[in-house]
Every structure is written in structure tokens, then in C-alpha cells.
Write a protein that binds this ligand. Structure first.
Ligand code: HEM
Ligand code: HEM
Length: 193
């Protein structure tokens, strides 16, 4: 794997915050379409936006994972108790997994019940799926998994954001700054090992 970088690249930061913003939108829009809005043209537009944002997240997440595997990430800040290091690593792996799995399951469910799945009203991106006699019924368990994992993702992201704020305001270390600021100042602040 070679040397570990001492900060996140600009691409990693931009992808981190873009995906975070899109996921916030996804959870709000997902709950609106599934629980709150009545069928109609406005709801249809939200469905199209939810599916297309979700596919965008999947594409960005794959790019981000590739960068992560190729470039790596800076080591965790020093002085953390072992359980926090373990929790940080485990939650980062889980977040990477969920931002890939949750959209794939939504895409599969929608391809089963409601073809064609289009990207922002244009290209047909329907997955080959066999819904049998009653595609709507066949899609239901897949949508239940989509919802359950989306809620796990949302919950974990909240704990993760809480941890970031704890680092910044309570521990007063560089964890949040190095995901936000310019790479230059972050690398000056970090102590290379
Ligand atoms: C990271 C990406 C995604 C997140 C966080 C997410 C999140 C959610 C959430 C929270 C719900 C509401 C579940 C409920 O209350 O029953 C939902 C519903 C839904 N999602 Fe996603 N979703 C994502 C990606 C996708 C993708 C890529 C598709 C399809 C291409 C999709 C299709 C749907 C559909 C059709 C519903 C409505 C189901 C219903 O009407 O019962 N989602 N999503
Ligand atoms: C759904 C939203 C989010 C997802 C999916 C997410 C995902 C991730 C992942 C996978 C990492 C590990 C990066 C790597 O090792 O390559 C990370 C790091 C980080 N995230 Fe998030 N994040 C989200 C929201 C947030 C929010 C809201 C905050 C701040 C309030 C935040 C602050 C941070 C910080 C500071 C790091 C760097 C941790 C370190 O360097 O040790 N994230 N995030």
C-alpha cells in the first residue's frame, strides 16, 4: 500500500460532503414519497429525483471507494482510546458499504416493480429483474430491506456527525478540520509519523 497520506485529497473532501448532502436529501425525499405525499405529479417528480440522486450517489461512492483504496486516508488522530479507534474504523467501513448497498437495493426494487427506471427522465437504466406474476408484490420485501438499511445509514451518519463535532468542540483536535479545510493547511497541522 506504500506511504499513508497525511491529509485527505481535495477530491476526497468534495466527494465526502457532496455525498453527505445528497444522502440528507435522499432520506427526506424518501420519507416524503413513501410515507407522506399522496400520489400525483409532484410526488412523481420527487420519485424521479430520489431515484436519480440515488444513482448519482452510487456512482460517486464507487469513485470514492476507488480513490480510498488507491490513495488511502490519513491515520486517525493520535491519543484516542482503543475502543474509539475501533469504532471509527468500523463505522467508516460500514458507511462505505452502505452508500453502495442502499442505492443498489433501491435500484433493484424499483427495477422489479416499476420499469422503466430512468436517470432524470432520460436514459433507461432498468436492471434486468424478474417480478413474476405480481411485480409489485415481489418488490415489497426488497423495498423493506431498502428502508431498513437506509435507516441504519441515517442513524450511523448521525452518530458519525456527532463524533466529528465531539472531536472538534470537546477534544479540539484536527479531525473535522482536515475533512474541511484546504489540503495545505491540514497537512501543515498534521504531524507526519
Ligand atoms: C443512498 C441512496 C438512497 C437512500 C439513502 C435512500 C433512502 C430511502 C428512504 C429513507 C426511503 C423511505 C422508506 C420508507 O419510509 O418506506 C426510500 C424510499 C424509496 N427509495 Fe430510496 N434511497 C436511496 C437510493 C434509492 C435508489 C437508487 C432508488 C431507485 C433507483 C430508490 C428508490 C426508492 C423508492 C422507489 C422508494 C419509495 C418506496 C415506497 O414508495 O414505498 N432509492 N429511500
Ligand atoms: C451520510 C453522511 C455521511 C457519510 C456517508 C460519511 C462517510 C464518511 C466516511 C466513509 C469517512 C471515512 C473517510 C475515509 O476513510 O476515506 C468519513 C470521514 C469523516 N467524516 Fe463523514 N460522512 C457523512 C457525514 C458527515 C458529517 C455530517 C460530518 C460532520 C459533521 C462528517 C465528518 C467527517 C469527518 C471529520 C471525517 C474524517 C474522520 C477522520 O479523518 O478520522 N461526516 N465520513
Amino acid at each position: 500500500m506504500g506511504m499513508r497520506p497525511i491529509s485527505y485529497s481535495t477530491g476526497q473532501k468534495v466527494l465526502h460532503w457532496t455525498i453527505a448532502a445528497l444522502i440528507l436529501a435522499q432520506v427526506v425525499i424518501g420519507i416524503l414519497i413513501a410515507q407522506i405525499l399522496k400520489p400525483g405529479p409532484v410526488t412523481d417528480t420527487f420519485y424521479e429525483v430520489h431515484k436519480s440522486f440515488g444513482l448519482t450517489i452510487l456512482a460517486l461512492a464507487l469513485v470514492r471507494l476507488a480513490i480510498r483504496l488507491w490513495r488511502g486516508a490519513p491515520p486517525l488522530v493520535e491519543g484516542l482510546p482503543a475502543w474509539q479507534r475501533t469504532a471509527a474504523r468500523a463505522s467508516h467501513y460500514a458507511l462505505y458499504a452502505l452508500i453502495i448497498i442502499v442505492p443498489i437495493i433501491g435500484w433493484t426494487a424499483t427495477s422489479t416493480c416499476c420499469a422503466p427506471v430512468k436517470y432524470f427522465w432520460t436514459i433507461d437504466v432498468t436492471l434486468p429483474a424478474n417480478g413474476g406474476e405480481d411485480p409489485m408484490e415481489a418488490s415489497k420485501p426488497i423495498f423493506r430491506i431498502h428502508r431498513a438499511l437506509a435507516l441504519v445509514l441515517a442513524g450511523l451518519a448521525l452518530v458519525h456527525a456527532g463524533a466529528a463535532l465531539h472531536h472538534h468542540f470537546v477534544r479540539r483536535d484536527d479531525t473535522l478540520r482536515r475533512m474541511l479545510g484546504s489540503s495545505k493547511s491540514a497537512s501543515q497541522a498534521a504531524k507526519p509519523v
